[in-house]
Design a protein around this ligand. Structure first.
Ligand code: FE
Length: 194
């Protein structure tokens, strides 16, 4: 693999230009595709998945057993979503997701990755010192909590099933959805009660 210092944005632009010149892609189609992921597909999908898992024990089982197909039940599927594995956070185990190589991310449930996820500092440091990185991002975990760093790859896209916060027992599935943030679905935050 090359270790070019050229920015990913510039490399992408060059690649798009080359593909367009060769007649392999239509830039109008590509713009439409990107706009769809920027405005229509986002972390709201992931929040709906989690809210259902919190309120439907059978769905939760299916989600943890086969993320891709349980997510597809709700109509969310597509590129970067072929192999989604869902991992649950508990009081004693905390999963956090990264892609150390690039920026692999489960698009159908989270949309496009935020800039901090693509930041080389996050990608390198969260593996070496996850507790410190999470604390810097506002999530302080006790020393009794085991942290598992999940590295994404072409084979696996991770989605975190956060803990349902105490004090939300009376809320419906629909009422839970807005509490669930993108950060909680990547594992750099917890879900807070309203
Ligand atoms: Fe990647």
């Amino acid at each position: 693999m090359t270790t070019s210092r050229i920015s990913p944005a510039l490399r992408t632009e060059a690649l798009e230009q080359l593909l367009t010149e060769r007649g392999l892609v239509d830039p109008a189609v590509m713009d439409k595709f990107i706009a769809n992921y920027e405005s229509n597909v986002g972390p709201l999908n992931g929040a709906k998945v989690v809210a259902k898992a919190w309120t439907d024990p059978e769905y939760r089982k299916r989600l943890l057993a086969d993320g891709t197909s349980a997510i597809k039940e709700l109509g969310f599927a597509g590129p970067q979503g072929e192999h989604i594995v869902v991992v649950k956070n508990t009081a004693t185990t905390h999963n956090v997701v990264v892609c150390t190589l690039c920026s692999c991310y489960p698009w159908p449930v989270l949309g496009l990755p935020p800039s901090w996820y693509k930041d080389p500092a996050y990608r390198a440091r969260v593996v070496r010192e996850p507790r410190a990185v999470l604390a810097e991002m506002g999530l302080r975990l006790g020393s009794d909590v085991q942290i598992i760093v999940r590295d994404s790859s072409s084979e696996v896209r991770w989605l975190v099933l956060p803990e349902r916060p105490a004090g939300t027992e009376h809320l419906s599935e629909e009422e839970l959805v807005p509490l669930i943030t993108r950060e909680a679905l990547v594992g750099v935050a917890k879900v807070s009660a309203p």
